[in-house]
Design a protein around this ligand. Structure first.
Ligand code: FAD
Length: 383
């Protein structure tokens, strides 16, 4: 049997961060991962360019039953700490929008740097963990490559979305087995299927302002053959939402424009006026009539304007577009039974959690990887 001080289940962003820190404390560390290479999610993240942190990291960019759980870890590991780490590893970055950091030379430079930091850690790839049990000296970890023993275990098995990369629910099972509550999981940061928009708009994108509860999100929305996606919708789906209200021309009062056109440009069509603000195809779909705008009553123009400035997608017409394509999951191991200062279980000493396996999901923009780095480092400092 292979024996270690710390065994980390999962060689993703959180697991590798935890490993480097635990190693630096002189702990004998192993990581067990079912993949044939470590950190497959990092490699595909940010469209292959890995959006690895964001200056706006704060508790209000995280979602779950208790988003305040992140406070301690993100106060200890700040965006600047990650940028300094990137600098030390000669990782070049670019800001896509102010404060949103992407790798210039592809996501694998992050993986290489993490692997460099983890030099000295035994990394067991193609090793599927099947269970964990407690014994007198610590934990016994069962895998398809045999049993391992460790004083401490860090569960860093991630979420179950984007299953093409190989995911498992073992983290939830281990947590449950030791008495932890699991918050039901659902896809997040994903597209939605809805009947509100026609499928022939597929491929068109518009700048939108989306109301989700009391929050307003300004970002691009992309029409798909089944509904809508793109960053604005992704960001809506990670939040708690009911009806989603979309303004497809956030800087323009369409009713005012149509009313003015009615008097000054009466022979134009409504679609013609709308297409000065919206893509042609969308304008035509909103009003296919080729007649003169002068023939419209104000009340009719008001209704047309609402189809641009105030589109309601009712909750019962929203289907999240599935775990296989979602970037993260909402839900996971309930944080109320985990110490936010150490990431250790409050009900099973020696058992730690890090990253997406917990009931914490971050906003689009580098917040999820930041959570993985921060919670991983904290777990590594304490395991
Ligand atoms: C397409 C895509 C793009 C993304 N882009 C970004 C981005 O740009 N910025 C950002 O902040 N976030 C992004 N995310 C989210 C981010 O990648 C994740 O939140 C983050 O990687 C989670 O890290 P983690 O270490 O908790 O889990 P993971 O990275 O998922 O690692 C978990 C590891 O556990 C291993 N494992 C699971 N079960 C077992 C088992 N039974 N036995 C052994 N090993 C097991 C898995 O093989 C995996 O390597 C993206 C996600 C996706 C899917």
């Amino acid at each position: 049997m292979k024996k270690y001080d710390v065994i980390i289940i999962g060689a993703g962003a959180a697991g590798l961060s935890a490993a480097a820190v635990a190693l630096s404390r002189g702990r004998r560390v192993a990581i067990l991962d079912m993949g044939n290479v470590p950190a497959r999610k990092i490699s595909v993240s940010g469209g292959g360019r890995c959006n690895f942190t964001n200056n706006a990291v704060a508790a209000n960019r995280y979602f779950g039953n208790n988003p305040d759980f992140v406070r301690s870890a993100i106060a200890r590991v700040k965006p600047n700490d990650i940028l300094n780490w990137a600098r030390q590893n000669n990782i070049k970055w670019t800001e896509k929008s102010p404060g949103q950091y992407f790798c210039v030379d592809g996501a694998n430079v992050i993986v290489d740097a993490l692997m460099h930091d983890a030099h000295g850690v035994d990394i067991w790839t193609s090793t599927v963990v099947t269970g964990v049990s407690r014994n007198l000296t610590g934990f016994l970890i069962q895998s398809d490559q045999g049993d391992f023993a460790a004083q401490s275990v860090i569960v860093a098995t991630g979420g179950i979305s984007f299953s093409a990369l190989g995911v498992s629910d073992i983290g939830y099972k281990i947590a449950k087995q030791f008495g932890h509550k699991i918050i039901p999981v659902r896809p997040a940061l994903c597209a939605i299927a809805t009947h509100v928009f026609a499928s022939d708009l597929s491929g068109i994108s518009v700048d939108t302002e989306i109301c989700v509860g009391r929050e307003k999100i300004r970002d691009y929305m992309l029409f798909t053959h089944f509904g809508v996606g793109g960053p604005a919708i992704y960001r809506a789906t990670v939040r708690d939402f009911n009806d989603i209200i979309i303004n497809m021309a956030p800087d323009t009062n369409i009713f005012d424009i149509l009313r003015r056109a009615k008097t000054s440009n009466g022979r134009k069509s409504v679609a013609g006026i709308l297409s000065e603000t919206l893509p042609n195809k969308l304008a035509k779909l909103i009003c296919s009539d080729t007649g003169h705008i002068a023939d419209y009553k104000d009340s009719e123009l008001q209704k047309i304007a609402e189809k641009v400035n105030h589109v309601v997608i009712p909750r019962n017409d929203i289907t999240l577009h599935g775990m296989p394509s979602a970037e993260v999951v909402r839900g996971g191991v309930d944080t109320s039974q985990i110490s936010s200062k150490t990431m250790e279980s409050m009900i099973c000493p020696g058992l730690f959690f890090a990253g997406e396996v917990m009931d914490i999901a971050g906003d689009l923009g580098g917040f999820n990887l930041h959570w993985a780095w921060a919670s991983g480092r904290v777990a590594g400092e304490n395991a």
